[in-house]
Design a protein around this ligand. Structure first.
Ligand SMILES: Cc1cc2nc3c(=O)[nH]c(=O)nc-3n(C[C@H](O)[C@H](O)[C@H](O)COP(=O)(O)OP(=O)(O)OC[C@H]3O[C@@H](n4cnc5c(N)ncnc54)[C@H](O)[C@@H]3O)c2cc1C
Length: 307
């Protein structure tokens, strides 16, 4: 209950521009940013991806930003995402990125986001890359799935999306995407959602995560199991062994800067581990969600500042 209140409070604050301006400049914010964001520039993100690759981890790069309201901003985002794909390919790294449809014009119109994604996926095709469409708040779920499915018809090798275990609708959506053979990343869900839309109790969200993970391991196409939760990681490993599923048919994913030791330990144990690497100047909403889901992240940085 406390943590839900705290989370909703932080998420509400994260929308307020004046708080954002005050926070951005603070020393604490800078330290948080250093911990969870790979840098402002593409070069810094590529260096982070290379350093991960040297340790046996793969990456997906996320150029931060969300909710653009003009076509010009959306087409600048397409260019920036396309540069990211090309930069990865040029650097001999796997061209794998994660994008948000609201950054590509979903708030203007589904067609704008679709057309921008087509242009981005044409670039992905030329570098044999992959574009994951992140899942945003529940107001966007159906539209995001609709756009992702239409894109998957045209670019079946190049595009995938995300399912949030906390949504009541997710069992049906997982079946829908398994049916299509679309790659799915499974997450708990990061947005504050009401009880009629999403599960609220951690234990229920975990149970849904396990149920959906099992379905994806069984019949999904190269699913990504994205969590830092040790119990869910163990459950995934146990189910994969019990079902005799080869480790090369799925992967774990975690966020940059979170449980770095666990990331490396999983690689040492022979599991695929992809790190979600955010970069760019527009980092405030991203790290607000990281603090909301785990206030201990804030304490961690405060302790470092104090020492
Ligand atoms: C690769 C990736 C992509 C994502 N994409 C999306 C998306 O598109 N849409 C979306 O809504 N959400 C996304 N998320 C966020 C996700 O929905 C969760 O909010 C986030 O992952 C936190 O949930 P968790 O499963 O890690 O477990 P939590 O419930 O946050 O944590 C469970 C346990 O994990 C351990 N743990 C967690 N964090 C830490 C830490 N910093 N240090 C040490 N231990 C820790 C602790 O033991 C904790 O009790 C993504 C997450 C990942 C990893």
């Amino acid at each position: 209950m406390m943590s839900t209140l705290f989370r909703n409070g932080i998420l509400a604050v994260s929308d307020r521009a004046e708080v954002e301006r005050a926070e951005r400049g603070s020393r604490l914010s800078q330290r948080l940013k250093e911990r969870f964001v790979a840098g402002d520039s593409l070069d810094e993100a590529l260096a982070a991806a290379r350093s991960l690759a040297n340790q046996g981890l793969t990456a997906t790069l996320d150029r931060l930003g969300e909710n653009v309201l003009t076509r010009d901003e959306a087409s600048r985002a397409v260019d920036a995402y396309a540069d990211t794909l090309r930069g990865l390919a040029r650097g001999g790294l796997e061209p794998n990125i994660s994008v948000k449809l609201t950054m590509l014009g979903l708030d203007i119109d589904d067609g704008v986001a679709f057309d921008n994604m087509v242009s981005l996926l044409e670039t992905a095709d030329t570098v044999e890359g992959f574009v994951r469409i992140d899942m945003e708040g529940s107001a966007y779920t159906e539209r995001t799935l609709g756009v992702a499915e239409a894109l998957h018809e045209r670019f079946p090798e190049r595009v995938g999306t995300v399912i949030q275990a906390y949504l009541h609708r997710s069992d049906r959506d997982v079946e829908r995407l398994i049916e299509r053979g679309m790659r799915v990343r499974l997450v708990k869900g990061a947005y504050a959602e009401p009880a009629d839309i999403a599960l609220q109790r951690p234990r229920e969200i975990d149970a849904a995560f396990v149920r959906l993970m099992e379905r994806l391991l069984e019949d999904g196409r190269y699913p990504a199991i994205a969590t830092h939760d040790p119990a869910l990681i163990r459950a995934t490993q146990g189910i994969a062994v019990r079902m005799g599923i080869d480790r090369r048919r799925w992967e774990f994913q975690m966020l940059y800067g979170v449980r770095r030791d666990a990331q490396r330990a999983l690689v040492r144990d022979g599991f695929g581990m992809r790190v979600y690497v955010p970069f760019g100047a527009d980092w405030y909403p991203y790290f607000s969600r990281r603090i909301a889901e785990r206030p201990a992240n804030l304490l961690f940085v405060l302790r470092q500042l104090a020492s």
